[in-house]
Design a protein around this ligand. Sequence first.
Ligand code: F0G
Length: 451
Amino acid sequence: MSITQIAETISRLRCIACGSTPDSAGQDFRCTACGDLLEFFFPGWPPGSLDPATLKSLWLSRRISVDALDQSGVWRFRELLPHIPVEHAITLREGNTPLYHLPRCARATGVENLHAKHQGMNPTASFKDTGMTFAASSAQQGGFRWVACASTGNTSASMAAYAARGNMHSLVLIPDGQISWGKLSQSLDYGALTCQLRTDFDGCVHILNELVRQKPVYLLNSVNPYRIEGQKTAAIELMEQFAWEPPDHIIVPGGNLGNSSAIGKALVEMLELKLISRLPKLSIIQAQGANPFYRSVHELGGRKLEPMTADTLATAIRIGNPASWKKALRVLQVTGGEVEQVTEVEITAAKAEIGADGIGCEPASAVTLAGLKKLRRSGFVKPGESVVLILTGHLLKDPDFTIKFHRGDLFSGTSSEAEAAQASSLQRAPVVLDANLGAVIAALDASERNS
Ligand code: F0G
């Protein structure tokens, strides 16, 4: 049984800079008048047009439907998304991700009401799936044979999976030697044409932008506004999990800045539709070695963004020229959020702490907890407030990082070696023993004494 839509949603495209409203987007999804990014807006949403109580109960009822689209945590909220005919929908039942309390991290930060929304619990183990189901479906609707993206690994894994499900070919451009094996292996298995380019992520984006002007391939990076629409649903689902009582703070990692833009857009739209009565503050955290947005906001007053050469062990966010920075800036201003930066050692310690809560995540996701600690110290987050960290990727995305940390090899020979001592109490290196009971009991007793 499928639970049908209340009415077909009417959406239009609009340029975020000059406000022009083209009827359709070109291959690069940029405004033909001024070159800036496009976004969807919904002219059919005058106040009172959609009854909040009706929407909430409709979305809830879809959770027990046996229809594939109703079961998806993205398509379940289709009333707030542009219309894509059902026959083009490609879904892996993405979304519907868990919200976990983090008791140990709560004690460590002094924020008792601390939760993680784990977007790593999606079908390809990152938040990208929520945007990809929707944007890949729009490619299908457009009749494209090829889809393509530049990626630090998660977008490519997700795109390859959804393209395969939708019988489309996929082209992946990734920086050679700069993405984790877990992510690379996914795009290979899902059948993508995977090109490792001798450049960084920003160099891959550059080549892809040229490519889509010459070849009929559909661009699936987050400049594609369908990606942003799909990723909005994480915030809608989060509010549902909080019984529509918003938390005080939401904290997200910042790379290309599509995710923060999407979550912020959803919050503003939910307020407009009276689904929630106030806005949480949305804060964005960057790695110190990949901090162009932090510097834009704190050093240039958000007037411009100066691209940089990015470097961080959190390879997912090794991005020096984020495409969606203007959208993210608007979200910060509207919600009253902050931008912070965190060091490599702070990221590493935070990742181990999230792991010790039995949850785990990939390095880029752990910037959220590291950032929260800073926001607590600055007084921006108060002890009595409620905080949600958006964990963007699964622990198993980057096992190399985790093993090197626990073995004590992650920072050896780097400038962070001295600082890394701070995190050493979190290390749990494997112990190699002779195969006898006495040795195992001795290890158990020693561990008990130290705990
Ligand atoms: N966390 C993870 C695990 C990511 O993979 C990314 C981005 C981000 C955070 C940052 O999100 O770009 O929306 O600000 N990964 C992209 C990729 C760039 O290609 O997989 P953002």
